[in-house]
Each structure stands twice: as C-alpha cells, then as structure tokens.
Design a protein around this ligand. Structure first.
Ligand code: FES
Length: 103
C-alpha cells in the first residue's frame, strides 16, 4: 500500500496558490486549484528549472527558466522547450492535513 507523508496544513495552501515541500528528499510542488489539491515533482523536465518559483496561472505553471508550461493536474508538458511530462503524485486530505505519496 502506498505510504502517504504529511506535507502541509490546508491553511498553508489557499486556493489558487502553490507551496514547495519535500517528501523523502524529493522536491514536490503542491497546488490548490479551486479547492482540489495536486502534487508534482518540483523539477522542470526541460533543464531542471525550479518550477516552484514559476508563475501559476489557472491550471498551468510556467517554468521561470525558459518559459515551458505544464498542466498542474496532469503534469503534461504544454509547450516548448519542454517535451517530457512531469511526474505527478497522489494527494489526499485528512482532517486539515495534506498528505502526498511519492511511491
Ligand atoms: S528549465 Fe524549465 S523551461 Fe528550461
């Protein structure tokens, strides 16, 4: 069974925001999109850019390094220069805690 790690309280990730966390030494980016939480690896597939420092617009995050955009719900690469999708992780909420599994 997948192991879930507590990464934040819901109050730390208001709607329409993101938060950089770490799960077992893996940099993870957490999103709250209209009250639903999503998590993806915080590493751009183009050249390792820090996506967490990028601009979040709707359901898309833009890499601050060369402007590649990704869907935060699926990790899909939406434009050049990225061609590879980003790995997403399952998220669940228990009480007021957000948990992520990176298995
Ligand atoms: S490192 Fe993200 S677009 Fe190049």
């Amino acid at each position: 069974m997948a192991e879930y790690y507590k990464v934040a309280n819901v109050s730390e990730v208001p709607e329409g925001t993101k938060k950089i966390v770490e799960v077992d030494f893996v940099p993870v980016l957490l999103f709250n999109i209209k009250g639903e939480y999503f998590a993806m690896e915080d590493v751009c597939t183009h050249d390792g850019g820090p996506l967490g420092e990028g601009f979040l617009e709707g359901e898309e995050i833009e890499c601050p390094r060369h402007g590649a955009r990704f869907c935060v719900k699926t990790g899909k690469a939406l434009c050049m220069p990225a061609v590879e999708d980003i790995e997403c992780f399952p998220v669940k909420v228990e009480d007021d805690e957000i948990l992520v599994s990176i298995d």
